[in-house]
Design a protein around this ligand. Structure first.
Ligand SMILES: Nc1ncnc2c1ncn2[C@@H]1O[C@H](COP(=O)(O)OP(=O)(O)OP(=O)(O)O)[C@@H](O)[C@H]1O
Length: 494
């Protein structure tokens, strides 16, 4: 089950992760996927066992008096009807509670997570977070109380129906004895058989209910598993002469304004191209479209003469090394953190050292207790942590290590010290060795040497050109550049 669930969670398109409904289903199947198939199996076994016992006891009763059997058979009906209704209630309750329960888990992580611990303490947030957690939890308890009341009411109705039928059967038995239809000794034996049969009927309906209830969850699970794409054969790396986005547009689900709106840019082989623009102008989104992580709503990304949609699935991902602003800190050793850039290849130590040298990891790795073998985590025994800039260098090393013709670096120098930043960008061209780079940065000093700079504004390309051309245009780029540059000038010359 875990394999199937992970096949879906890792195989579906990234856009699924923009949809809270996807997380709800993932959460439900994580719980029900592992428990419900077992409950179906045990329900089927229980129902079969009880059904066999019912047949044996039923035959016995028929030999005493055939009238007794239909009475008892009806005894199962109320239970069966109400238990189906109970199962539906249980499923609906589960569905409506999935998101509140995820919220509870999230609030718990804020109060137990290592990354969150310092800010939670620094801002004294504990009281506030605890109140939120308690409020969500007490709402859940209220809902649970209501749900259990409804379930219990249904159960009482079903059990009462069964008890009435049992009572009627016993009355019928007494009537037969007084009417002379049964001897006292036979009636005694029949009484025992009736009691046993009634409890087997309960077992049968209980088994059927378990199967029915789990079936609802398993349907949900099947729907989720159906999202799994066909296992794709690993796409080959595809070198290019030119990548072009032609009039691409993309809107995030639920957003009215597009994040990227009719953008055309091009990146030739060996070029360093920069994207700049204010916060929220669409730079990271455009990078994701070019890396093939989202399909554009309109327009297309062309890889030489072919739009991405006509190339084998995964070509752009296989051919791109991308490091996002919020890259992952893998709680693994230094070597693995770099080698994950090429996860399906045997680790190439020369390549690791080259990437470490180009990204600045080599400057600090020897000071770590076990060098490249140092575990980078404080969560497990023997681990160490890095500074923010060192983590960033490691992420850049991962991108350089990947054998991809396009390297996308989204804010690669945000946490770098000035020397590391200078080293990174002054050697970027020689590091990428004929590959291309798309660099997103707010630091204009890092992009001024790019072959072409695209200035994004509200999801559109407002200007493009080299640094000198854009300065001559005296538009947004020139304004932002001057704003940053004046911060470095002495007060009297601003
Ligand atoms: N996952 C998301 N869901 C909905 N909207 C999003 C999402 N990610 C980004 N946006 C929106 O899309 C727009 C473009 O965001 P994007 O991250 O591409 O900007 P950016 O230029 O990279 O910004 P920054 O300089 O702050 O990194 C913004 O308005 C942002 O609010």
């Amino acid at each position: 089950m875990w394999h199937s669930i992970l096949d879906v969670s890792t195989g579906v398109g990234l856009w699924n992760y923009e949809d809270p409904g996807f997380f709800d289903r993932l959460e439900r199947v994580r719980v029900s996927g592992l428990t419900r198939p077992f409950q179906v199996t045990s329900g089927v076994i229980a129902a079969l066992g009880s059904a066999l016992s019912c047949i044996g006891l039923g035959l016995t009763l028929v030999t005493f008096n055939p009238l007794l059997l239909p009475l008892l058979a009806f005894g199962g009906l109320p239970l069966l009807l109400t238990s189906r209704q109970e199962s539906r209630l249980e499923f609906r309750f589960n569905v409506t509670q999935t998101q509140p329960s995820r919220l509870r888990a999230y609030l718990a992580i804020l109060m137990t997570g290592r990354d969150e611990a310092k800010e939670v303490r620094a801002f004294d947030m504990v009281g506030n977070l605890r109140r939120r957690f308690d409020a969500v939890y007490s709402r859940y308890l209220d809902d649970l109380r209501g749900h259990l009341k409804r379930r219990t009411a249904l159960s009482v109705i079903g059990q009462s129906g069964a008890a009435i039928v049992l009572g009627l059967t016993l009355l019928a038995l007494a009537w037969m004895v007084t009417g002379g239809g049964l001897t006292i000794a036979t009636a005694g034996a029949a009484l025992v058989a009736v009691r046993m049969l009634a409890s087997q009927i309960q077992g049968l309906t209980g088994g059927v209910q378990a199967v029915f209830e789990s079936g609802l969850f398993i349907d949900d699970l099947q729907d989720f598993l159906a999202l799994a794409p066909e296992p794709a054969t690993a796409a080959a790396v595809r070198p290019f002469e030119q990548i072009e986005s032609r009039q691409v547009s993309f809107s995030y689900p639920g957003r009215r304004t597009p994040a990227v709106d009719g953008v055309s840019i091009r990146i030739r082989r060996g070029e360093v191209v920069a994207l700049v623009g204010e916060n929220g102008s669409g730079k990271s989104t455009l990078a994701k479209l070019i890396a093939g992580l989202y399909p554009p709503d309109q327009g297309a990304v062309w890889w030489d003469d072919s739009p991405l949609s006509e190339l084998p699935e995964g070509t752009a991902r296989a051919s791109t090394a991308v490091i996002f602003q919020d890259f992952v800190h893998y709680a693994m050793d230094v070597r693995t953190n770099i080698a994950l850039g090429q996860p399906e290849q045997p680790v190439n130590d020369d390549g690791i050292r080259r990437a470490a040298a180009a990204s600045g990891v080599a400057d600090f790795v020897d000071e770590l207790p076990q060098g490249y073998e140092t575990m980078l985590t404080r969560m497990f025994d023997g681990g160490h942590d890095l500074s923010g800039g060192q983590w960033q260098r490691l992420a850049i090393a991962r991108a350089f290590y990947r054998d991809a013709p396009l390297v996308i670096l989204d804010e690669p120098s945000a946490a770098l010290d000035p020397r590391a930043e200078y080293d990174l960008f002054s050697s970027l061209r020689s590091t990428i060795e004929g590959r291309s780079a798309l660099v997103i940065s707010h630091r204009f000093s890092t992009v001024r040497n790019a072959d072409r700079i695209y200035v994004l504004d509200s999801g559109r390309v407002a200007e493009s050109g080299t640094h000198d051309e854009l300065m001559a245009t005296d538009g947004i780029y020139a304004e932002l550049f001057r704003l940053q540059a004046t911060a470095y000038l002495p007060d009297e010359s601003r």
